[in-house]
Design a protein around this ligand. Sequence first.
Ligand SMILES: [Zn+2]
Length: 95
Amino acid sequence: MSDVSQVIEPQISDPILDEGDHDRFTHIVLEGYTPKGSEDFVPVGNSVVEGMINQTAVRALCGKEWVPGKDPGRFPICQSCVEVAESMGWKVPGR
Ligand SMILES: [Zn+2]
C-alpha cells in the first residue's frame, strides 16, 4: 500500500442523479495523489471520467458509490465529503 498521507488531489465529481435519491449533492471522489518529490500521479480508484465511459461505479469520500452520469448539475457540495477531506488535511476544490 502506498503512503497516501502526501499530497492528495480530490476531484469534484458529478452529482448523484439516482432516481428517488433525496441527497442531490456534488460529491468528492479521490482519484489519486501525487507523492512528494514525484510528478507521477498515482491513481487510487476509478476516475469519474472512467466511470462515465465504462459505467463503473466510483466511490465518494463519504462512502457513497454510484455510476457517474454525463450531466453535471449545480448541486451543493456534500458536507460529509468536505468533512472527510478537511479532517484528512486535504484541500477541497472550489473552496
Ligand atoms: Zn459525499
